[in-house]
Design a protein around this ligand. Sequence first.
Ligand code: SAH
Ligand code: SF4
Ligand code: F3S
Length: 466
Amino acid sequence: MKERIVVPESEMLRQREFMRLVEKLEQRPRSYHIVSMGCQMNERDSESIAGMLEQMGMAHQPVREQADLILYNTCCVRENAENKALGNVIWLKELKKDKPELMICVGGCMTQEKGMAPMMKKRYPFIDLVYGTHNMYKLPEYIYRVLTEKHPVVEVMDIDGEVVEGLPEKRANHFNAFVNIMYGCDNFCTYCIVPYVRGRERSREPEAVIAECVRLQDEGAQEIMLLGQNVNSYRGGGAEFAELLYRIDRLGIPRIRFMTSHPKDLSDELIQAFGELKHLMPQLHLPVQAGSDEILRRMNRHYTREHYLRLVKKLRSVCPDIGLTSDIIVGFPGETLEQFEETLSLVREVRFDAAYTFIFSPRTGTRAAALPDNTPYEVKSERIQRLIDLQQAISLETLEAQVGKRETVLVESVSTRDAGSVGGKTPRGHMVNFPGGPELIGSFVEVEITSAGRNTLRGRRIATEE
Ligand code: SAH
Ligand code: SF4
Ligand code: F3S
C-alpha cells in the first residue's frame, strides 16, 4: 500500500500563525528573490514559497542582489545542476559580507540528498536556513526561528508521503498555470535521483485538483499544465488519470496539457483521450531515454523499443498531428556504439518535434552510479553531438512543414530577441513569434506561420472578426 499523509489543517493554521508573527517582527526581511532551478515541479513549489513570503509581508525584488532574503530552490537531477546550485550559494557568501542582514535560504531537491544538509551546515555556516522537499510548508516557522533565535536552522526531514493542501501561492501569471496532481516517484529508473529526493509516489484527491482548476479558471486561466513525475500512474494507474482528464476537460478551460508520462503506463484510455477531449492539446512529452532494449532494461524502464514505437503509432492514429517530445540519455554505463545507434535510429523513426538530450550523470546512491563505465567522456560528447545534430535537422523539417498554416497562439511573453514582437504556443506546442505588443499577453491570437527558425516559428497576425 502506498502511504499518503495529508498534512492536517491544524498544522497549516499553525504555519499561518508563524506568517503573522514574522510579519509583525521589527527586524525582518522586507523583500525576497527566489531562484528556481530544475523542473516545473520546482517552479510550482516556488509559487507556493512566494505566496508564503508575501504573507509574511515581503515583496518580490526582481534584482537578486537587492533582496533582503534570497531563496534557492535547488535541483540535483544531474551533477551540473548541483554544481550550479552550490556555486551560486558560495557566491552569496561574498554578498553577505557587504550586507550582513541578508537572509539566505536553500531548499529543494539538492538539500534532500543524503548527507547534503550536514555538509552544508559545516561548510556553509553563512546559510541561514536549509530545508528539504518534505518540509517546505514549514518555511514560516523556520524563518521565524532564524529571525528570533538568531542562528542558522538546518532541518531536512526523512519521512515522506506528505500531501499538502491549502498553501498560499503567488502564481507567475493569471493565464497559464501549473497544477500538481501527484508528488514523488516510485519508478526507480537506475540513473535517477528523483525518487530519493522527492519521496514515494502519492496523488492528490481528484476533488482537490478539480477545485484548484475551477479556481484558476475563475481567475482567468486559459491553459493549465497538470504536473507529476509520472502522471500515468495517478492514484495507482489504470484509467484514473484519463478519468481525471475527462473531468477537467468538462470545465471548459481552453487548453490542457500534462507532464510527464512514462511509456510503461500510458493507457489506451489516455491515448483515446487525445482523440476525444476538446481541450486537451495535441502534444505529449513521452521520454524514451534510449533506443536499445538492453539499455532500457538496465535503466529499469519496463518497456521495449517495440512497445514505445507501438505507442507512437497508436497516438498518431488517434491524433495525426500530435507533437511528440522526449528526453534521451546518452552514454549510460556500458552503452556500446551499436546501442547508441539504436537511439539514433529510433529518433529517425519517431521524428520527435524536439528532444532534451543529456549525457549520463552518475548520481550517488542510484544503482547506475555503481555500474562499470568504460566509455570516455569525449566519446559520450561526440555521441550526444551526433544525436543533437540529427534531432535539430528533424525539428527544423517539422517546423518548416508548419509554414503557411493558420494557428491559434496563446501569447505568453514579449519576445526577447525581436523588438516589437510577442511569442506564444500553438496547440501542438510550437513557439511562434510575431509582431505585436504586450497588451496581447494572455490572449489567443490567430496567426499565419510565415517562416521557420531552428527552434521557433515566425508568423503574422491575421484579422479575425471582432
Ligand atoms: N519523471 C520524468 C523525468 C524527470 S527527470 C520522467 O520519467 O520522464 C528529467 C530527465 O532528466 C529524465 O527524463 C532523464 O532523461 C534525465 N535524467 C535523469 N537522471 C539523469 C542522470 N542521472 N543523468 C542524465 N540524465 C538524467
Ligand atoms: Fe526519475 Fe524514472 Fe521517476 Fe522519471 S520515472 S522521475 S526518470 S525515476
Ligand atoms: Fe530537479 Fe528535483 Fe525536478 S531533482 S528535475 S528539481 S524533481
